[in-house]
Structure formats: C-alpha cells, structure tokens
Design a protein around this ligand. Structure first.
Ligand SMILES: [Zn+2]
Length: 397
C-alpha cells in the first residue's frame, strides 16, 4: 500500500459507496492506511434513538503535545441519477486529467491528500515531535447527530486535547489556494404562526385576515438590515423562506398564516442577541396599525430550530500563518481569509481548539460528475505536508 500517493488513496476511498449513513468500506480503508503509517486507530460506532448508527474513526500517532488534529468525513451525498454521470459515481475513473467520483472533492479528496502528506512527512522526518490525530466521521452530510460532536465528546472524555485543527473541506471557489476559512457565520431558523379569524372575503369586518399580520411581521424581519458587516464578516442576512396559508378558495379569508425564516449572522451578534432583536422587531410590527387600522396587535407565536449554529472566528496565528505560508510556497498566491458560506463541522470543533478549513476546489461538490483535477491532488498534498512541517516548527518553538 503506497499511502504517499494521493491518487491511489482517493481511488480506494471513492470505490467505497459510503452514502450517509452507510460506512461503505470507507472507514475500514482509511483505518488500514493509517494503521500502516503507525497510527493507533479507534473505530467508534455512535448511536442515538431515532437515528441510524454511524461508524466514525479516531486515529493518533504520538503521545505528547503539541497535538494537531485533522477533521473530516468519509460519508457522501447520494449520486442522484447514476446514468446522468459520464463516469460511474463509485468507479474512480480518470479521464482528461480529472478523477471522477462522488466525494472526490467533498471530501474524500482532502482526506486522501492529508494521508499522503503524513506518509511523506513520516518518511522524511520520522514520527512527528508531538502528535497528529485524524477525527473522521461518517455523519457529516446526514443529520450530524452521530458524528463529529459525539466523536469529540468521546475523545475528550478519554483525555484527548488538541492545540489546533485543520478541517479538509473544499474551501476554494476556483483554484487551489484561493481561500482558507477562518470562521463561519451563525445560523438559526424560526417558524412564525399568526392567528386570524376565518371569514367571507366580502365581509372582512367579521373576519381577521392573518395575511395582513404575517406580511407586516415578515417585512419587519427583512428590513432594515441587521448590520453592515465587519472586517472579517459579511453583513448578517435574514431570508424569509416561506409564507403559507394553504387556502384553496378566493372568497375565504384564511384562519391562520405561517412563515419560515433563516438568518446567517456575523460576530456582532450571538444566538441570544439575534433572537432578542428578532422578537423586538416582531413585537413592534405586531403593534403597528398600518395594515390593520383599529385592530388589536397581531397575535403570533414563534418557534426556533432546535440546534442553532454559533458564529465563530479563529485568530490563532500559528495555525493561520503556517497554512497560509504553505499555500503561498506551493501556489505563489496569498489565500483569502474568509468566513463566507454555510456552516460546517468546524462549528463543533471550535469549542475544543482553534480551527481553520482548507481543502480542494469545491465547484462540483454534490453535483453529477463530481470530480477533481489530478494535479490538484498533488498540490494539496504538498501544501498539507508543508503545513504540518511549519505548524510543528511554530508550535514547538
Ligand atoms: Zn463535506
């Protein structure tokens, strides 16, 4: 087994049909690669009533600090219609310099490159002067209940602690080296119900149209803007994603209306303060008589999504500089330090140690014909190896 070759590693992983929650052989294949490099490998199956059991992996080489963690996932999203693919989604075929397969960039490719970088590092320097761990879940693309959070809790309970973490998700919009993610916005969703009184559209004084209320409330959520952004984050943004009454008749005023919304917020807010601001806007709008002259305030209920995501920003220079210098030395370009995009498992890891994200080019993730440039696999492997060298040099110094 030549684990120093990221192409071999990736082809092995891509041939495992590990669509969440299936392990598909991917965790076993990775366990074999890491065992071969001298890692102590633990496989943890996580369970939770109402959810599928998930196989996860934690592997460590070394027993002392400093301790660097690499985090990622071997599960992949479904392939859609397999016949739409120009190469079989679990075939790992190479054509015109591209390697095809579900998970090629999101994110078996990142794992394949990190393993190759470790193999090269170990053959050049021996085992690291400290420890490297891989925390790999099979439940990132699914509910994420039996994945990274459980694995972190399990490892921390065993006494594991980490000095820094690199997540290998695809972070580059166009080219390797474009972008490191150093934080993520928070996210929370809500559901609003406005109660009205059903009636005849010709006799509105006998009814109370809940659409008047829901329009006023949702308008208040969308304007004015929550903030103007910061040096590190784009402005917070709330989107109303649905307004429903389920009415099939034009002569009936409906009895109730509901609306859904999601807000992505920057570090000028916390989950608590953004919720308080939303309630303040809703209460003010409910009392506003503009759409309902002479009526009492709109009666509304709100419920929040069960698991909000907290905003975070990493400011660890050893971690950010080691990675950014490694990228510059292999691509000649200075990566942008960004907090854009959706949430990732980094939001759980940030409670344990500083975390940044850097991987392949994300353009084809979750698409038909997901693929990675073979040349990018070599570039990312070199970046990861230089990063490991520089991080240990920084951390030990
Ligand atoms: Zn991913």
């Amino acid at each position: 087994m030549n684990t120093a070759n990221p192409i071999d590693n990736l082809q092995t992983l891509l041939r495992c049909p590990s669509i969440t929650p299936a392990e598909g052989g991917a965790i076993s294949a990775l366990a074999a690669m890491l065992g071969n490099l001298g890692f102590a490998v633990s496989r943890e199956t996580a369970s939770e009533p109402g959810f599928d059991d998930i196989e996860n992996l934690y592997a460590r080489i070394g027993t002392e600090g400093p301790h660097l963690m690499f985090a990622g996932h071997t599960d992949v999203v479904p392939v859609g219609n397999a016949s739409d693919w120009s190469h079989p989604p679990f075939g790992a075929e190479i054509a015109d310099g591209m390697l095809y397969g579900r998970g090629a960039v999101d994110m078996k490719g990142g794992i394949a490159c990190f393993v190759a970088a470790l193999a090269r590092y170990i053959s050049a320097h021996g085992a690291p002067n400290g420890s490297v761990s891989l925390l790999i879940t099979g439940d990132e693309e699914g509910p994420a209940v039996n994945g990274t959070t459980k694995l972190l809790e399990w490892a921390a309970a065993k006494g594991e602690h980490w000095d820094a973490c690199l997540v290998g998700e695809p972070t580059n919009p166009d080219q390797i080296g474009d972008m490191i993610k150093i934080g993520r916005r928070g996210s929370i969703s809500g559901h609003i119900t406005v109660a009205g009184t059903q009636g005849h559209a010709a006799y509105p004084h006998l009814a109370d149209n809940p659409l008047r209320g829901i329009i006023r409330l949702t308008q208040a959520l969308m304007t004015p803007v929550f903030d103007h952004g910061t040096d590190d984050f784009q402005p917070s943004n709330l989107e109303v994603t649905s307004i429903d009454v389920g009415n099939t008749a034009t002569n009936i005023i409906p009895a109730k209306a509901t609306a859904d919304f999601n807000i992505r917020f920057n570090d000028t807010w916390s989950v608590e303060t953004v919720q308080a601001e939303i309630l303040r806007r809703l209460d003010a709008a409910a009392a506003d008589p503009e759409l309902r002259p002479g009526r009492p305030p709109v009666k509304y209920d709100i419920s929040w999504s069960a698991r909000p995501s907290h905003v975070f920003l990493t400011r660890n220079n050893a971690l950010i500089h080691s990675l950014s210098q490694a990228i510059e030395s292999h691509t000649g370009a200075t990566p942008k330090l960004s907090t854009t995009g959706g949430t990732s498992d980094a939001r759980f890891i940030k409670d344990y140690c500083p975390v940044v994200e850097f991987g392949l080019v994300g353009q084809t993730m979750h698409m038909v014909d997901e693929r990675v440039a073979v040349a990018d696999l070599e570039t990312l492997t070199r970046i990861y190896q230089t990063f490991i060298e520089r991080w240990f040099a920084h951390a030990v110094a």
